[in-house]
Every structure is written in structure tokens, then in C-alpha cells.
Ligand binder design. Structure first.
Ligand code: ZN
Length: 316
């Protein structure tokens, strides 16, 4: 009996020792990965909009390097275009909304076009809007515009106001409508303007869940150079739109903010309101051909910022 007790005690001590040793190994391994990766995401803080974000680099991402020419900073869904920064990319593929839309909204005519990336989020947003409100009378009235057409709009606006510049119509070459990522909403009833109020407030409030932002909030007119335009929506993708809403940033401020997350420093770790996880980092363009690290084991979105670098959004 006593021998058995001694044996059991011996086994327990050996077990405890093994457990402690394994625990120490595990701790050491975690510390090692944390040191290599710049740290695990640190307790993301939820915001009012249901999105949470913190500094953090996932140890699970394996990187490879892409060679990207400087010119590529001018394309992608996060490019910043305003009256100081012109659009220098090419619109690329464009699709007619008419050919891809669902039945929960309207489009002015067959010539309203956008980047293909917008169509799924747009259809989902209006399907949900219809489900919630039973309203289907929003009409897409302006998508991609040529520089020549924008020049005409700008000159018409100046002629009408008698001013030398406009705070409502962007200068030709400086309109988001050149990019393919902007859309103006209208209403189907003649004479009614879309102002994002009443039942339509749902769209202006919830568009970020689908990757869209109201690009020109009135309180940001000093940064955007355009007075409030509740009808002008810009696609920036997920989770950027929700993040901008949570931080109260316009696109000018957001592009500045993302420079705080360089590829060789702490990245921005995000959990969107639908639970999807992302990691975002910025790669400064150095002139000529750039070495841009991207994940080889996760999907990612890649965009220039149209100013000085690239933004990588990893979908974890
Ligand atoms: Zn517009």
C-alpha cells in the first residue's frame, strides 16, 4: 500500500514537472513568435459601430515580395483624389450598372458605369435596404465621368455661380468620378434630390458595412475641399469604410492615419462588424521599382494611395 502511494506520488511529481516544462516551452515559443512578429493583437477595443482594431501583426502570415512600379500607386480602391491631388490612373474595366444590377434600385440609363468591384457590394446594400425599409426608388445617376465631361460640368457650375472656383463640383482631372469608385445617388421621382434623410438615412449610416463611405461630410469640407454631398458615395472596400466611420475620418485623414502602420512596424489589426478579420499595412514607394511584401498564404487587397505608397489589406 505504502509502495503504491510512493509510486503514485512519484508519478504525480514527474507529471507536474513535465507539465511545468511544457508550459515553459509554450511560453518561450509564444514569446519568440511575439518578438519575431512585433506582438500579437493587443486586446482590440470595440467601437460604437461594432468594429474593433488594435496594433498587431499575425504570426501566421507568410510573406513573399512583389515588384511594383511607382505608377501602381495611382490605382486601386483606396486612391485619394481631390482638388489638390489629380487622378493619374486609368479607369480600367468598367461595367454598366444596368447589366449587373438587381431589382432593388434604379439606374438613370445604360451609360452609367463603375468599376466591377462595386457591383456585388452595391447589390447587397440595396437588397438589405429594401428588406429593411421596403423602399426601392433610389437611382444611380452618375458613375464614371470622362475628364472632358467633368470640364463641361465644372464650367457650367462656374457660369451659374459666377465664382472662380467651385466647392461642389471637382476640377476636371480631380474628380472621384474619374476613378470608377464613385457613385451619385438620386431618386426616381422627377424633381426630388437624394439628401440621405428620412428613410434614406439607413443608406448613409450603414453603407460602411458594404465598403462605401459618404465621401464629403459637411464637417470635413476643410479637408475635402467639397461642401457636404450626401448623395456622393465612394467605394473604399472592407474594412476601410467601417474603420473610417469608427474613427470619424474622411479619406484625406484616413490615408494619413494608415502611414502610421508601415510594413516593417506594427500593423493595424481589425475585426469588422461581421466578425471578419483583417490586417492592414502601408508600404512607402521609394522610386522606381518597389519591393512590396504581400501574404502568400492569405488573400489580400492591394491598392495605391495615389500619393506616396501602397496599402495592403490582408484577409485573415
Ligand atoms: Zn459625385
Amino acid at each position: 500500500m505504502r509502495k503504491k502511494t510512493q509510486l503514485r506520488t512519484g508519478r504525480v511529481v514527474a507529471g507536474l514537472f513535465l507539465l511545468t516544462a511544457c508550459g515553459a516551452c509554450l511560453l518561450a515559443a509564444v514569446s519568440f513568435f511575439a518578438a519575431c512578429s512585433g506582438g500579437q493583437p493587443s486586446n482590440p477595443q470595440p467601437s460604437d459601430t461594432g468594429i474593433s482594431f488594435a496594433d498587431g501583426n499575425s504570426p501566421d502570415i507568410v510573406y513573399r515580395v512583389l515588384q511594383k512600379p511607382d505608377d501602381d500607386i495611382h490605382t486601386g480602391s483606396l486612391i485619394l483624389v481631390n482638388n489638390e491631388i489629380s487622378f493619374r490612373g486609368s479607369t480600367g474595366d468598367a461595367v454598366r450598372i444596368y447589366e449587373h444590377k438587381n431589382s432593388t434600385y434604379y439606374v438613370k440609363d445604360k451609360n452609367v458605369t463603375v468599376c466591377p468591384a462595386l457591383m456585388n457590394p452595391l447589390n447587397r446594400m440595396f437588397a438589405d435596404f429594401y428588406k429593411v425599409t421596403g423602399t426601392d426608388d433610389v437611382m444611380m445617376i452618375s458613375g464614371i465621368r470622362s475628364i472632358e465631361y467633368q470640364r463641361q460640368l465644372y464650367q457650367d457650375e462656374l457660369a451659374e455661380t459666377g465664382l472662380s472656383t467651385s466647392r461642389l463640383v471637382a476640377k476636371p482631372g480631380h474628380s472621384e468620378h474619374h476613378t470608377g469608385y464613385a457613385l451619385d445617388f438620386g431618386l426616381r421621382q422627377p424633381g426630388r434630390k437624394y439628401d440621405g434623410s428620412g428613410v434614406y438615412h439607413w443608406l448613409n449610416e450603414n453603407c460602411t458595412q458594404y465598403g462605401f463611405i459618404v465621401r464629403y461630410p459637411p464637417e470635413k469640407a476643410d479637408r475635402t475641399f467639397i461642401d457636404g454631398e450626401p448623395w456622393h458615395f465612394r467605394y473604399v472596400g472592407k474594412p476601410h469604410a467601417e474603420l473610417m466611420q469608427a474613427k470619424g475620418f474622411c479619406l484625406e485623414e484616413y490615408i494619413d492615419f494608415l502611414r502610421e502602420y508601415p510594413n516593417d512596424g506594427p500593423h493595424l489589426s481589425v475585426r469588422a462588424s461581421d466578425g471578419a478579420r483583417y490586417e492592414i499595412y502601408y508600404v512607402r514607394a521609394s522610386g522606381g521599382t518597389n519591393q512590396v511584401p504581400v501574404p502568400s498564404n492569405y488573400p489580400y487587397q492591394f491598392s495605391g494611395n495615389n500619393v506616396d505608397g501602397f496599402l495592403v489589406t490582408v484577409e485573415l
